[in-house]
Design a protein around this ligand. Structure first.
Ligand code: ZN
Ligand code: ZN
Ligand code: ZN
Length: 144
């Protein structure tokens, strides 16, 4: 994760931003909670534990900034809130999400599995696929 922090610092500097303690605390919180798909309020509550003086607006703006810089990806699970997750492999396609309709748990599918479909689409529609968002809704193993 040190590499990520270093490259982010560089990129922020290029854009005239600094990795302020508040921004750093927000980023650290997301790194520590990787895989949890936290929404803005949840991130804010956790950042406050490190930085009690931080405001929701600062956290919100930091998340926007990190999203613009492709450090985070925004995730919409159709439940009315925007969640964020770390964009660990910038060049990779987004992983898929399995959403349990009983306990609302979110499970990640690490494999792309769509290569064949992507190839077909690219050939048939002369469309260059850069990424995709795939959500599966159903019942998780614990709820069955
Ligand atoms: Zn793909
Ligand atoms: Zn479940
Ligand atoms: Zn995810």
């Amino acid at each position: 994760m040190d590499n990520l922090i270093d490259s982010l610092k560089e990129r922020l500097k290029e854009k005239g931003y600094k990795l302020t303690p508040q921004r750093r605390a927000t980023l650290d919180t997301i790194i520590e909670n990787q895989g949890k798909h936290l929404n803005t309020e949840e991130i804010y509550d956790l950042v406050k534990e490190k930085c009690p003086e931080i405001g929701l607006a600062t956290v919100y703006r930091t998340l926007q900034l990190l999203d613009e810089m492709s450090v985070l990806s925004k995730l919409n699970l159709d439940d009315g809130c925007i969640r964020y997750e770390l964009n660990t492999h910038e060049d990779d396609h987004q992983h898929h999400h399995l959403i349990c309709q009983s306990c609302n748990d979110v499970i990640e599918v690490e494999l792309d599995l769509l290569e064949h479909l992507e190839e077909e689409i690219e050939k048939k529609y002369h469309f260059i696929i850069r990424d995709h968002t795939v959500k599966f809704f159903g019942i998780c193993s614990k709820c069955q």
